[in-house]
Design a protein around this ligand. Structure first.
Ligand code: NAI
Ligand code: MG
Length: 352
């Protein structure tokens, strides 16, 4: 079990440390950890936010545990040298095309949601977002029109194979959950979405045990707020997924609780190679104060055990320890409490 650990900037190293304590407490067979630099710290040490040796370390590992990148001291740098390029570079270079973001309301935290508590209590969904295509990677540019105005453009495009591979991931995820999949697109307007819909329908034939529904993205945004409990798994493209996954995650409450996995096609001895990170950033406003909630990173480590190492029981053990700590009233600053980073790590370890 080779894990590359990239703590990064700000609270990244603080939250990653607690996730490592949890992993080490599990006595995993053959656990080997490598630590590499990413982000602002990598820029200062090596002159680049994603040094070649870091990328090599990721390639040699079965999984990457990522903290966060982002450093206000790097604000003046050219774009390709900014800390955030580290995570974008890893996703692109490692072919991590499937972003999984679970959003589940923890018992006792219903009142943290912006939604009514009884609506929030029903949230237990997973967003599967395509991460390597769409307008983010299509041809783009600016041009001058005949009347002299400048016009910016970005091409939205998906090839069948790109849709097929993310669809398979989503159907398989639905099989392991409640068996319901909603594919989100804008097929009433977009050619890309019509092709998306055709491919998803074709893939559905392989999964007769999963109920498939198509939904337009504008309606999906509304339903996520109106009745989020109706969703099990949502699959969508890069742009729609970016927006909907942030929306869904905030429906459950705190940013300090939400984990993510980014998976590629490379198989490991025990599962799929992936990168695991909390959805939050480097939080420079609280960095170095021992106040960050490490639960999102600890839960990301659980996702890593599940997807890259096939250790469902250990993953569930971690998730249950976090849920029980929350149910017992352990609250970080993000939840209006005063438990510090290490104290939250202790609380999870005690319940493991
Ligand atoms: P952020 O997520 O770092 O922080 C937003 C707010 O939430 C802050 O008030 C912060 O204190 C709080 N917060 C975040 N995580 C927390 C935790 N675990 N416990 C308690 N409170 C927490 O987002 P922001 O401020 O927009 O970005 C800061 C830097 O992080 C920027 O440089 C940004 O580019 C970068 N960033 C990096 C990401 C990544 O590494 N994947 C993702 C998002 C942002
Ligand atoms: Mg986003």
């Amino acid at each position: 079990m080779k894990i590359a650990v990239f703590p990064g900037d700000g609270i990244g190293p603080e939250v990653t440390r607690q996730a490592l304590r949890v992993l080490e407490a599990l006595d995993l067979p053959g656990l080997t950890l490598f630590e590499g630099d990413v982000g602002g710290i990598a820029y200062r040490r090596h002159g680049h936010p994603l040094p070649a040796e870091t990328l090599e370390m990721a390639r040699a590992a079965d999984a990457v545990l990522f903290g966060a990148v982002g450093d206000p001291a790097c604000d003046g740098l050219e774009r390709h040298l900014r800390p955030e390029q580290a995570i974008l570079g890893l996703r692109a270079q490692l072919g991590l095309f499937a972003n999984l973001r679970p959003a589940t309301t923890f018992a006792g935290l219903e009142t943290m949601s912006a939604l009514r508590p009884e609506v929030a209590a029903a949230i237990d969904l997973l967003i599967v977002r395509e991460l390597n295509g769409d307008v983010y990677f299509g041809d783009k540019g600016t041009r001058t029109l005949d009347d002299g105005q400048r016009q910016g453009w970005d091409m939205m495009a998906y090839a069948e194979g790109e849709v097929r591979r993310i669809a398979h991931i989503a159907f398989r995820a639905a099989q392991g959950r409640k068996g319901r999949l909603v594919s989100v697109d804008k097929a009433n307007v977009l050619e890309t979405s019509q092709l998306w819909r055709d491919v998803v329908n074709a893939v559905a034939a392989d999964y007769p045990d999963v109920t498939l529904e198509h939904m337009y993205v504008d309606n999906a945004a509304m339903q996520l707020v109106r009745e989020p409990g109706r969703f099990d798994v949502i699959v969508t493209g890069n742009l729609f997924g970016d927006i909907l996954s942030d929306q869904a995650s905030m429906c459950v409450g705190s940013i300090g609780l939400l984990a993510s996995a980014s998976l590629g096609e490379r198989a490991t001895d025990f599962g799929t190679f992936g990168l695991y990170e909390p959805i939050h950033g480097s939080a420079p406003d609280i960095a170095g104060q021992g106040r960050a909630n490490p639960m999102a990173t600890i839960l990301s480590a659980a996702m890593m055990l599940r997807h890259s190492f096939g250790r469902e029981a250990d993953a569930a053990r971690i998730e249950s320890a976090v849920a029980r700590a929350l149910a017992d009233g352990v609250r970080g600053g993000d939840l209006g409490g005063d438990a510090g980073t290490a104290a939250i790590g202790d609380a999870v370890l005690e319940r493991l």
